[in-house]
Design a protein around this ligand. Sequence first.
Ligand SMILES: NC(=O)c1ccc[n+]([C@@H]2O[C@H](COP(=O)([O-])OP(=O)(O)OC[C@H]3O[C@@H](n4cnc5c(N)ncnc54)[C@H](OP(=O)(O)O)[C@@H]3O)[C@@H](O)[C@H]2O)c1
Length: 367
Amino acid sequence: MSVNEWLSCFICGSGGLGVYGRVATDAIKGLMQILFIGGTGNISAECAAAAHKRGHQVLVLTRGRHELPSEYRAIQADRRDRAAMRSALSGIKPDVVANFLGYELEDVRLDVEIFQGSLRQYVFISSTTVYARPARRLPYREDSDLGNVWWEYAQKKLACEQWLGERYSADGFPVTIVRPSHTYSKLWVPNPVSSSSYSFAARLERSQPIFVPDDGKNPWTLTAAADFAVGLVGLIGNDQAVGEAFHITSDEVLTWNQIYAEIASALGVITPSIVPVPTEFICQVAPQMTGTLKGDKAQPGIFDNAKIKRFVPEFRCVKSFREGVRQSVAWLREHPSQQNLNPQVDRLIDDVLAAWRVAFTVHPIHR
Ligand SMILES: NC(=O)c1ccc[n+]([C@@H]2O[C@H](COP(=O)([O-])OP(=O)(O)OC[C@H]3O[C@@H](n4cnc5c(N)ncnc54)[C@H](OP(=O)(O)O)[C@@H]3O)[C@@H](O)[C@H]2O)c1
């Protein structure tokens, strides 16, 4: 009988080591208490579920607007309210923190203040948008050039990464950087305009036109959150991963034209009306698209995942986009209240297409 089995039997039996025994066996099994800052979102919900499935104890800090599985411990606070964060987290000593809500230096500074000295690992969810665009060399590797001149979101993520890197070097703060690329769950039909809203898909359902940046031939990677979660949870508690950065993406590369065709097919739309519009023109009409297009989705998005596969051998993306987008469409049609329709997305697409029609005579491609 192994030490693990012996301890399990002892705890289940009348001897009752109680909570200390459970902590001891969890430690032997490599099980940890993991705090997810944001844990019910598009990516984080799958990661929390995967961690729980592994047997880890899952704590989730949110504002409490989304339902949380009863097996998790809920902690309620608004991330932006520093006093509320301190109060909600006082007395909580997780082994690992996975922060899905770090967008500003202030966010990660607060975490370091709260958790410095008591953590085994702090996982910062950054973004592959931190890589320089256009890429000097593809596919992107973790040591590719950094610095995205087009997108403030990416610049802030990089500032967080670099500050945390300094804390690691100076004070041993145990940070692991994880960079998702475009990652979707059943909550999203991902697209280049607004993935968190169903409006893009709804336009296709209503036979309304949409635009595709440039000629639609830009190669792009979409990753299913359930696949991403295997990589992320595999890094948790891996001491070798501390002080390292990883991206975690699928190896399936599609053009936007192929992605649009898969979305239309999943929606059952036979002749989608798709208008190619130059990225430059889109950004002139809708400057708010500059970061997400010039700094990301209108640039080749191809990643070398050798590093995450080396650290987490079980990591493999098994869900094709064809399968994933069908699951999203099916789920969102069953749960219309989750579709998050956004009139601003319609307005943006209408404005770009109206301006393009005025500038040029266009002929929609019927696929
Ligand atoms: N998806 C992608 O393509 C992609 C690509 C690169 C990087 N990322 C990164 O991935 C992370 C996003 O993770 P996600 O997809 O799980 O996020 P998400 O879908 O935006 O979900 C946000 C989560 O945080 C909670 N939350 C939101 N605002 C909060 C606040 N002020 N205080 C406390 N809790 C709050 C939400 O629950 P409540 O509403 O109940 O509070 C929810 O659990 C971000 O760091 C993003 O930069 C994503």
